[in-house]
Design a protein around this ligand. Structure first.
Ligand code: NDP
Ligand code: 8X3
Length: 252
């Protein structure tokens, strides 16, 4: 069955792979991200390849007013959102607590926590109106275990965990599913962003082991989103075989 799927952070990595996976199923997709040119390009590719409908919603999830204004003015035929994938997020810096840049911390909290809250609050009235829906949040193994120099990124993903639990409880009367997907290391643009464009450091992150791919995570998200109405996967921690949890890796 065709669903309406809203994916934040669809210009790259896991969000983009989700767009491709849901598009291949014939779902209608709302694509968000800040880099509009990438969204336009993805829209053209998906429309051409899968003959599906796409709506572009280019905005910065940190900007509360912009988030509400854009989502509140979605055309009527796009308001019946079945699945929201709160994927937009980032790590910036990997520094000791006393040496890290406070602006980097603020950006992570504003994106990974505030952004997720704003988008969810704006979309919820549409889901509540039809008494169904599925919110899929991108947590992380970093929200399970804190690692050295992970500090505020880990805190932001721990917050995603708490927010997911709280949504699940409070939204029970509205029959809205909430899933917290918690990947370990996935090779995307994530590390390039974390290390502020330093390609060597980014590549080094995945040295000596085979990480997950964005498509691995998109496949798992698609599975969670395709179960019968009475079934909800609450939490899903996924790592590559060389990773045991947020801290332990086996690297060659
Ligand atoms: P990428 O850097 O490849 O993609 C991140 C996406 O988030 C981009 O599309 C980016 O789009 C978007 N984004 C970032 N900031 C904003 C913003 N303010 N407003 C709107 N969109 C934004 O990384 P991943 O695909 O790996 O990351 C996706 C999610 O998965 C994140 O929440 C991340 O924390 C989580 N995650 C990643 C893991 C990994 O190892 N890669 C592991 C566990 C979780 P644009 O820049 O165009 O706005
Ligand atoms: C991303 C995975 O290990 O960089 O959430 O925290 S990690």
């Amino acid at each position: 069955m065709k669903r309406t799927v809203f994916i934040t952070g669809a210009t790259s990595g896991i969000g983009k792979a989700c767009a491709q996976t849901f598009a291949a199923n014939g779902d209608r997709i709302i694509l968000n991200g800040r880099r509009k040119e990438r969204l336009v390009e993805l829209k053209e590719i998906l429309e051409e390849e899968y003959n599906i409908e796409i709506l572009l919603a280019p905005f910065d999830v940190q900007q509360k007013e912009e988030v509400f204004k854009t989502i509140n003015s979605f055309p009527k035929e796009w308001q019946s959102i079945d699945i929201l994938i709160n994927n937009a997020g980032l790590a910036i810096g990997r520094d000791l607590f006393d040496q890290a840049d406070i602006t980097d911390w603020e950006t992570m909290l504003q994106t990974n926590v505030n952004g997720l809250i704003y988008v969810s609050k704006a979309v919820l009235p549409f889901m509540i109106k039809k008494n169904s829906g599925h919110i899929i949040n991108l947590g992380s193994t970093a929200g399970n275990e804190v690692y050295e120099r992970g500090n505020i990124y880990c805190a932001s993903k721990s917050a995603v965990d708490a927010i997911s639990q709280s949504m699940r409880i409070d939204l029970l009367p509205h029959q809205i599913k909430v899933t917290n997907v918690k990947p370990g290391a996935v090779e995307t643009e994530f590390s390039l962003v974390r290390f502020k464009g330093n390609e060597e450091k980014a590549l080094n992150t995945y040295e000596g082991f085979t990480p997950l791919t964005a498509e691995d995570i998109a496949g798992a998200i698609f599975y969670c989103a395709s179960l019968p109405p009475n079934v909800c996967i609450n939490d899903l921690t996924i790592t590559c075989t060389a990773q045991a949890n947020g801290i332990y890796f086996y690297k060659r």
